[in-house]
Design a protein around this ligand. Structure first.
Ligand code: PLP
Length: 346
């Protein structure tokens, strides 16, 4: 079976993990700081704070910006559901905005009609490895005096106008969940250039304290800490990031070379200002169900796009296919290409 996505984990992760075992420091310590420093270097963000996952990273950003009950936050209607649930966890209301037909990222033109006196922020999501139009998002936010929190959970290594995703707005987040470009199993990162916001986020993740080992708590905080085991895996993954990005580019290019020109199976448009990292290579198909079934019968897994938020059963009131692991072998990609061509009889 050619599975949708598979992390590249080997002896490098093991050797970094051995350092943790040898040191006996398992909770956040030097390796976490090293991983944060590597993230600052990658993204250019002044601050990078590791937290337990991307969802809690989003929650911390919202809390740090003092967004809560009575506030509204604009989110794209197509994203992984955590984007909207973090807003709900903060006590605010997510407002679903139409996405663009070409890139599937938020359509700020359609966000105009959603702004009212309660709107406090917008969360653009950098979907499937390409960036939202950050020129438009930032000018929209400035026009309406909104905060920008970028959900770059899927945006590690992705750049727009040469700048890393997650660094355009007041705050941004990355995720290191198992299926992301690089992984720490679970894990997230908060990005910001703002010293005060970074400090609030540190307190939120560390029981309201400015440092560990203090037992008088000036603020209310929680525990969203990272671990040294995650950091060890993250450091090893970060060392592999340029190889992962290169391989993903090659996989994407080969799909484009071999499968372009099919009328009923079209690649998603890439904004030319964006340097994508294809977390998944995405296609629009007019035959999604039949093609997915045919490919599965031939040992090839795919997945549909995220389900629109406004149709999610859990949000009562208020398509396409993808696949591309770093570990994808050329022979496996041959099979995917062959079967798609066979399906379309070309
Ligand atoms: C767009 C998006 N936002 C948020 C998240 C949440 O990240 P995490 O799984 O690390 O909590 C994910 C992925 O999991 C995601 O894809």
């Amino acid at each position: 079976m050619i599975i949708q996505i598979q992390p590249w984990i080997d002896e490098l992760e093991l050797s970094e993990l051995k350092k943790v075992v040898d040191s006996t420091f398992v909770t956040e310590h030097d390796l976490t700081e090293e991983f944060e420093a590597m993230t600052r270097e990658l993204t250019g963000s002044k601050h990078a704070l590791a937290v337990c996952n991307g969802t809690m990273a989003l929650f911390c950003c919202l809390k740090a910006l003092n967004i809560g009950p009575g506030d509204e936050v604009i989110v794209p209607n197509m994203t992984f559901i955590a984007t909207a649930n973090a807003v709900i966890l903060a006590g605010a209301k997510p407002i679903f905005c139409e996405i663009r037909e070409d890139t599937f990222c938020i359509d700020t033109g359609r966000a105009e009609e959603l702004v009212n006196e309660n709107t406090r922020a917008i969360i653009p999501v950098h979907l499937y490895g390409q960036s939202a139009d950050m020129d438009e998002v930032i000018s929209f936010a400035r026009k309406h005096d909104l905060k920008v929190i970028e959900d770059a959970a899927q945006g590690v290594g992705v750049r727009f106008n040469g700048r890393h995703t997650g660094t355009f707005g007041e705050m941004g987040i990355l995720s290191y969940y198992g299926n992301k470009t690089i992984t720490t199993g679970e894990g997230g990162m908060i990005l910001t250039d703002d010293d005060a916001l970074a400090r609030i986020c540190y307190r939120l993740k560390n029981h309201g304290r400015d440092a560990k080992g203090i037992f008088i708590h000036e603020h209310i905080g929680f525990n969203f800490s990272f671990t040294e085991m995650q950091a060890a895996v993250g450091i090893a993954q970060m060392k592999k990031l340029s190889a992962i990005i290169q391989k993903k580019k090659e996989i994407y290019q080969r799909y484009m070379d071999e499968l372009s020109g099919l009328e009923r199976f079209r690649p998603v448009h890439i904004d030319e200002r964006c340097e994508p990292v294809f977390w998944f290579t995405s296609f629009l198909s007019d035959d999604t169900d039949e093609l997915a079934k045919f490919l599965l019968e031939n040992g090839i897994q795919t997945r549909r796009f995220f389900y629109p938020l406004h149709l999610q059963p859990c949000y009562k009131e208020i398509d396409g296919l993808a696949a591309s692991s770093y570990l994808l072998q050329e022979s496996e990609q041959d099979l995917v290409i062959e079967k798609i061509k066979e399906f379309y009889r070309v």
